[in-house]
Design a protein around this ligand. Structure first.
Ligand SMILES: C[S@@+](CC[C@H](N)C(=O)[O-])C[C@H]1O[C@@H](n2cnc3c(N)ncnc32)[C@H](O)[C@@H]1O
Length: 222
């Protein structure tokens, strides 16, 4: 037990240490793949627009949460253009500091900048129409991910959605010692989501990314 706890502590503290050394830029957020940011954002916009609107069962556009937001790359180009208010949560204070200038004038509509690990973060009950979780689930242990997703479900408004967009491996769990994360295959992600008590409403693979990187899947959950 002690060993597991110790490993977990190192898993999180190594990741924190890694991100502290990364420059607060779009390229830094995307591990040197800054050029794919537009393809990513356009894919996300098309995905999200299918779910948002006014009609029966449609997701509202009042408030969104950007999880593992970094400098606010997604907040700036996806969430602020679609939602009245956006909150950002990230474990790296330097990124959130940068977000305050990076987001520009529209950044006035940010509700809260929250510096916390998602494993410890409790989102406010019933506050969010959309909780966006991109390129960060690999930094959480299975258990912490499931618990976080459960807390997110409680934080949704009626018809709200949790969106996970992340790398998936071909098979099994692939550890990354450099940034202290793991990459899970799609079956494992599905199983964790199910065990967290969430249903998959919609799922797509992001197309047109470079061939040498992991496949990226987007899952809408509630
Ligand atoms: C690959 S970057 C992605 C940033 C952003 N989601 C994007 O797509 O532009 C990963 C981000 O997760 C943050 N992070 C790493 N571990 C975290 C944790 N346990 N809780 C919250 N944020 C974390 C890092 O500080 C970094 O900003």
């Amino acid at each position: 037990m002690g060993d597991i706890a110790e490993d977990e502590t190192t898993f999180y503290s190594n990741a924190e240490g890694y991100w502290k050394e990364v420059p607060p830029t779009v390229d830094g957020m995307l591990g040197g793949y800054g050029t794919i940011s537009s393809i990513d954002i356009n894919g996300s916009k098309a995905f999200l627009k299918k779910c948002l609107g006014e009609g029966e069962g449609k997701t509202g556009t009042g408030c969104a949460l950007d999880c593992g937001a970094g400098i606010g790359r997604i907040t700036k180009r996806l969430l602020l253009p679609l939602f009245n208010t956006v909150d950002l949560v990230d474990v790296t204070q330097e990124f959130l500091d940068k977000a305050k200038t990076y987001l520009g004038e529209e950044g006035k509509r940010v509700g809260n900048y929250i510096c916390k690990g998602l494993q410890d973060f409790v989102p406010e009950t019933g506050r969010y129409d959309v909780i966006w979780i991109q390129w960060v689930i690999g930094h959480l242990t299975d258990n912490d991910l499931m618990e976080f997703l459960r807390r997110c479900q409680k934080a949704l408004r009626p018809n709200g959605l949790i969106v996970i967009k992340d790398n998936v491996s071909y098979e099994g769990v692939v550890p990354d010692e450099v940034d202290s994360s793991v990459c899970r295959d799609l079956e494992i992600v599905h199983s964790l989501v199910g065990r967290a008590g969430l249903c998959i409403i919609h799922e797509e693979q992001q197309m047109n990314f470079p061939k040498e990187i992991y496949q990226v899947h987007t899952l809408a959950l509630r």
